[in-house]
Design a protein around this ligand. Structure first.
Ligand SMILES: [Zn+2]
Length: 322
């Protein structure tokens, strides 16, 4: 029974259908407008609260540019950043709601006749006795089920394709997102296909929020799928040892403090382009500092040089004992 025989083209079509249902078109459109290297969009101050009426040709200050808009003063940058922080804090996410009613993996595989009832019983019992491990792992180790079948079962369970690491380039892919996301969420960027489509791979758990964040930041359509364990581990370890965009972690008290801190960093670094996207607790600010950073695919940078990432987290102050 061919398990991984799905052709690349079919894979793309298959996953497109799923993601079309997942992400409204509006999100894709916005992905293209948030990061703009186009000079034309920022001739006047981008803050809606701006009262100075500054046009850029009349002002020596050309940067920073935040989400495609130029701020005529620190105050106007702060106004733009505040709105962006609020947007990210309140934005309704395509969380994992779609997957809430997943059929258990064992039943999926049973229905496909990839395992027998007795194999499932043995695996479940082994899992229960050990008190750890996922059912897929026990099917492999206790019942001799092939890893390919488990991956395929997971792809049915999550309604996503099986992807291969073919065409993976660590140097390019290490620039897609901060290492922290790879470490925390286990997803890895695999490759860009057809110059508009970025593949994300995971071992056993899709993350729609991560896919959405990377989509906003890369300006590319992101599609996720499952990658076999050994292949994924190899990709992950290569990514983690390859040069990535430098990242600074900063903790702030609340949203207002975050907006102020982001503004300070924008004023300090004066980026040519910058964008803010939230992923769970992280507010990811990425800056393109010079025009040479512009890469080939979407807004994925050419190299780590003249790039800067920040990961902000807001933690409420400790409770007072009054
Ligand atoms: Zn202004």
């Amino acid at each position: 029974m061919p398990v991984l025989g799905r052709g690349r083209e079919e894979e793309v079509r298959y996953i497109s259908q799923i993601e079309d249902a997942l992400l409204p078109q509006e999100m894709h459109r916005r992905a293209e407008t948030r990061i703009s290297f186009d000079e034309g969009v920022r001739h006047s101050c981008g803050s809606v609260e701006c009262v100075s009426g500054w046009m850029r040709p009349w002002r020596s200050r050309r940067r920073p540019v935040f989400e495609g808009r130029w701020g005529c003063s620190g105050r106007c940058v702060l106004a733009m950043v505040r709105l962006a922080v609020r947007r990210e804090a309140g934005e309704r996410r395509v969380e994992e709601g779609l997957h809430r009613h997943r059929v258990p993996l064992g039943l999926v595989m049973l229905a496909q006749r990839w395992i027998t009832h007795s194999q499932l019983q043995v695996a479940l019992q082994a899992q229960q006795e050990a008190g750890f491990g996922r059912i897929g792992e026990w099917l492999i180790s206790a019942c001799g089920v092939e890893a390919e079948h488990v991956t395929r079962g997971l792809s049915l369970q999550w309604n996503c394709p099986v992807l291969s690491a073919e065409g993976f380039e660590a140097r390019e892919m290490a620039l897609v997102m901060p290492r922290r996301f790879i470490e925390d969420y286990g997803l890895v960027p695999l490759r860009v296909a057809g110059s508009r489509l970025l593949y994300l791979g995971c071992e056993d758990r899709l993350n729609a929020s991560l896919a959405y964040a990377v989509e906003q930041m890369s300006g590319l359509r992101v599609q996720s799928g499952l990658v076999q364990d050994a292949e994924l581990k190899a990709v992950r370890s290569r990514l983690l040892e390859t040069e990535a965009v430098p990242v600074a972690m900063e903790q702030v008290a609340d949203e207002d403090a975050m907006a102020a801190r982001i503004t300070a960093r924008l004023e300090q670094k004066r980026p040519l382009a910058a964008c803010l996207v939230r992923l769970h607790q992280y507010y990811w600010l990425r800056m393109w500092l010079e025009s040479g950073t512009r890469g080939v695919f979407g807004s994925i940078p050419r190299s780590a040089e003249d790039m800067q990432d920040y990961l902000f987290t807001a933690s409420p102050p400790p409770p007072s004992f009054s």
